[in-house]
Design a protein around this ligand. Structure first.
Ligand code: GLU
Length: 493
């Protein structure tokens, strides 16, 4: 048996990380077993379908490095891969179910269903269809449908009693009381199938062997199973994945900050770190291994490593994992990753293309420090900028020279003249000169170095100071110190 798994996103907006985790597990499972992974667009809810969402789903998958063997963009033996283009297949299934008496036409209007819901609410009864059209004489239902200009839905006839047992690969057998399942809709009045019908028909038609999906779908599984039986189809193996929680243990959602994959990409996360992180949301290789290459994850990924306990999306963990991945990049790979960020985000005054010769010696200083690729811009912009840096004169005082403008001015003037005499211009010599000066001025090194750092970088947080100064070169450093002194003259105090 060839493993075949599908990712069935609904094109309703930005792909959420929880949803993409499902895609990742699908893909890992298929690749582990040498099977096929396909993307099927589940666009049967016409009101919720969003223009462009399909492309964004593909972008998110591509960014992570997930490829697919069949899909709406590349076709495949089971095409089409968009449910809105497969309506005849669902109609065929509906006709068969109607002919067998496994489903029935329902003439109930939205108004009647609304009223029913209100009554159920007021009696604290669970919501659900009451079976009104299930047992009425057919002629009466048909007459009503004709009165409603031919509008009707088709519902599945759920057994009135007994239980439906779903076998989930993670949880084992889960029993559902049929009496608690209402006769749900299979085909809507607009002629489109519901998710239930479409996913069952397609999973069977596309020879899907394993269905991975969020455990919010577990309660739908008995409906699907009954539908497989009614259509005399073989159900796949169901794997309902545990929910992903935010740090406050609520279900991960927008209020926890970025939740779409694209937002993480835009913040400077590496796709391989993201993949590693997402893989560990509900799966583990063992009780130790944290950082893994894609190939290692594929080699180890299987159902027995999946858990049923909810997984927490810990942004701090993701961020530190990202930092580890950044540190592990080769120098060239780091430069290649960082390049586009600088091209896009450095101030317009910096000529394009960005001078790689400036970046190359600087890169090792920052690769150890950044946790996000986006941070590189703030850590390096002053190497690229010519002329005065964008910072406020007051910031030169820092804590050490608060209310002591003349002290700061005197210190920076000393720094300038000491550095003017440093030869050769190396980080070691610069460090020795500045530490010697701090001693002589009886200043704590930190107090002296803060205004120096701001003067030469315009920033309070920057790569290591002496290396930075060495790389900036003597001329630029002295000019920036001069400029800082002039700014201090303007500061009141
Ligand atoms: N279209 C469904 C969703 O967006 C897919 C659920 C499933 O995988 O069966 O969540």
């Amino acid at each position: 048996m060839t493993v075949r798994v599908r990712y069935g996103p609904s094109p309703t907006g930005e792909p959420h990380v929880g949803n993409i985790r499902t895609a990742l597990f699908d893909w890992l499972f298929a690749r582990h077993h040498g099977g096929q992974f396909l993307v099927r667009i589940e666009d049967t809810d016409q009101r919720r379908t969003v223009e462009g969402a399909e492309e964004r789903i593909f972008d998110a998958l591509r960014w992570l490095g997930i490829d697919w063997d069949e899909g709406p963009d590349i076709g495949g033996p089971y095409a089409p891969y968009r449910q809105s283009q497969r309506l005849p297949l669902y109609d065929e299934a509906v006709e068969k179910l109607l002919a067998d008496g496994a489903a029935y036409r329902c003439a109930c209007t939205p108004e009647r269903l609304d009223a029913l819901r209100k009554v159920q609410q007021s009696h604290k009864q669970p919501p659900g269809y009451d079976g009104h059209c299930r047992s009425r004489p057919l002629a009466e239902v048909e007459r009503e449908i004709a009165e409603h200009e031919g509008r009707f839905v088709v519902r599945l006839r759920i057994p009135e009693d007994g239980v439906t047992e779903v076998v989930d690969a993670l949880r084992g057998a889960v029993s559902f009381d049929n009496a608690l399942l209402d006769d749900h809709v299979l085909r809507k009045a607009d002629g489109y199938p519901t998710y239930h019908l479409a996913s069952v028909v397609d999973d069977a038609a596309m020879a899907i062997t394993h269905v991975f999906r969020g455990d919010e779908w577990l309660s739908s599984a008995p409906r699907h199973l009954l539908l497989y039986r009614a259509l005399a189809l073989e159900p796949p193996v169901f794997v309902h994945l545990p929910v992903i929680l935010g740090p406050d243990k609520g279900k991960l959602s927008k209020r926890h900050g970025a939740v779409s994959v694209r937002e993480y990409a835009a913040q400077g996360f590496l796709p391989e770190a993201m993949m590693n992180f997402l893989a560990l949301l509900g799966w583990a290789k063992d009780d130790r291994t944290v950082q893994m290459s894609v190939d290692e994850i594929i080699a180890a990924f299987d159902i027995d490593g999946l858990g049923t306990t909810s997984a927490t999306f810990d942004l701090e963990r993701l961020t530190s994992m990202n930092g580890a991945y950044i540190r592990d990049l080769s120098a060239d790979a780091f430069l290649a990753r960082v390049g586009p960020w600088l091209e896009e985000r450095l101030p317009a005054a910096v000529p394009r293309p960005v001078d790689a010769g400036i970046l190359r010696p600087v890169a090792p200083l920052i690769q150890e420090r950044v946790k996000l690729l986006s941070e590189v811009v703030d850590y390096t912009d002053f190497f690229f900028l010519e002329g005065p840096l964008p910072y406020a004169g007051e910031s030169l005082l820092g804590k050490g020279f608060r209310n002591d403008r003349s002290g700061a001015l005197a210190a920076l003037t000393e720094v300038r003249s000491v550095l003017a005499g440093v030869e050769p211009w190396t980080a070691e010599r610069i460090e020795a000169a500045l530490r010697g000066l701090a001693d002589r001025l009886e200043l704590k090194p930190g107090v002296l170095f803060t205004p120096v750092r701001i003067a030469v970088t315009g920033r309070t947080v920057a790569p290591p100071l002496f290396e930075t100064i060495a790389l900036l070169g003597k001329e630029r450093t002295l000019a920036r110190l001069q400029d800082a002194a002039e700014r201090l003259e303007q500061v009141a105090g």
